[in-house]
Design a binder for this molecule. Structure first.
Ligand code: ZN
Ligand code: ZN
Length: 369
């Protein structure tokens, strides 16, 4: 692999000495190949050889360098102290190949493959102390602030962030760390019963995972909303109970007429239009959960928030405990795997481009094996 990187006079296998990665070297530019000495795990750290890494929509925001806040406003990565060079990739399955001198290897084995929980916090702030490292005040996530799975070597700070995936396909397991976890945590925030209507808006990678997870959790009434008829047809064939195409004249009326109103809406798109639709179809006492970050604003008259007694809540990835729950559900066969397309890691820019143009029909996963 990558033998063209070998320098004159070298005889050793170069991949043992070097880490090869795809880096954001400037916002808005394609990712560039990069080579550096392979990292040595220090203290409690562990070193993994990347086997698979999922390509997530947020990798696009990272490479663009901003989020769209609507009305021409942007939240830049630089404002969050996230500046190039950056090595994305937070859906990682890797083989444990080395451990630091103080590493806790209980329950772990060198040579075995694990899913990485990338949502790493400081361990000291309020959210971290409540087990919510993904909401840390000074996050150090793998694939955002730390070097991620677009590198063939990844350092994980502690063994507790590795999850056994015995029995699972590595490509499918990789997608659980963000697409799966994001959907699982968001759906779990709904307050309805299993026979109340749950609406999933947006059937991209996360939304499709959400449909399978909702079924695995036992939801009996699931409505799906998208602008792509083929995605809606596939969702109906995979267990959805009502489908609404937002290209139709009145998606809100059609959603209400088919369901009688929705208890929980999970919005995997996050645009002004999908937020409006989600709020319009909620029953009194229902919840609108915002996950997607396409961009835009929420318009909501405050008196209606009170009289309709609705909850508007955001959800961002999920906790380490939730990821362990989700992997366990997948291992007992409760969750049908979302479709994945595994490709050679060198095709990363092509994968990002497909995602940007909305042409990815399955979660794309980079392969390093
Ligand atoms: Zn992600
Ligand atoms: Zn923290």
């Amino acid at each position: 692999m990558l033998r063209d990187d070998m320098e004159a006079g070298e005889t050793a296998e170069p991949t043992l000495r070097y880490a090869h990665s795809w880096r954001i070297e400037a916002f808005g530019a394609p990712l560039a190949p990069h080579r550096m000495p392979a990292p040595e795990p220090q203290g409690r750290e562990l070193l993994l050889r990347t086997r698979r890494c999922g390509v997530c929509h947020s990798d696009l925001h990272l490479s663009d360098g901003y989020f769209d806040l609507g009305g021409g406003k942007r939240l830049t990565m630089a404002e969050r102290d996230i500046v190039p060079p950056l090595t994305p990739g937070h859906e990682i399955v890797g083989e444990l190949i080395a451990a630091g001198p103080c590493a806790d290897l209980e329950g772990l084995a060198l040579g075995k493959s694990y899913l990485v929980c990338p949502w790493i916090g400081c361990g000291r702030c309020g959210p971290c102390r409540k087990g919510r490292g993904h909401l840390c005040l000074v996050p150090r996530a793998i694939g955002i602030q730390r070097i991620g799975g677009y590198s063939d070597r990844v350092i994980v700070p502690e063994g507790r962030y590795l999850i056994d995936i015995e029995g699972l396909d590595p490509s499918e397991a990789a997608t659980l760390a963000c697409a799966g976890l994001t959907a699982y945590s968001a759906i779990s925030k709904g307050q309805g019963e299993k026979d109340d209507w749950l609406a999933l808006i947006g059937l991209g990678g996360v939304g499709s995972a959400g449909l399978q997870i909702a079924r695995g959790l036992g939801f009996e009434r699931i409505a799906v909303v998208d602008m792509d008829a083929a995605k809606l047809d596939r969702a109906m064939a995979h267990g959805a109970h009502w489908a609404v195409n937002t290209r139709e004249t009145d998606a809100s009326a059609r959603l209400r007429s088919g369901t009688g109103g929705i208890e929980t809406v999970v919005d995997f798109v996050g645009s002004s239009q999908t937020a409006q639709l989600g709020l319009d179809v909620l029953l009194r006492g229902g919840s609108y959960i915002a996950v997607g970050m396409l961009g835009g604003k929420l318009q909501l008259p405050l008196p209606l928030l009170a009289t309709r007694a609705i909850t508007v809540r955001g959800s961002y990835t999920g906790s380490l405990a939730e990821l362990r729950e989700l992997v366990a559900l997948a291992q007992v066969g409760r969750i049908e795997a979302a479709p994945v397309e595994t490709m050679a890691h060198a095709r990363v820019n092509e994968a990002l481009d497909k995602l940007r143009k909305g042409l990815a029909s399955a979660r794309q996963v980079l392969d390093y094996d």
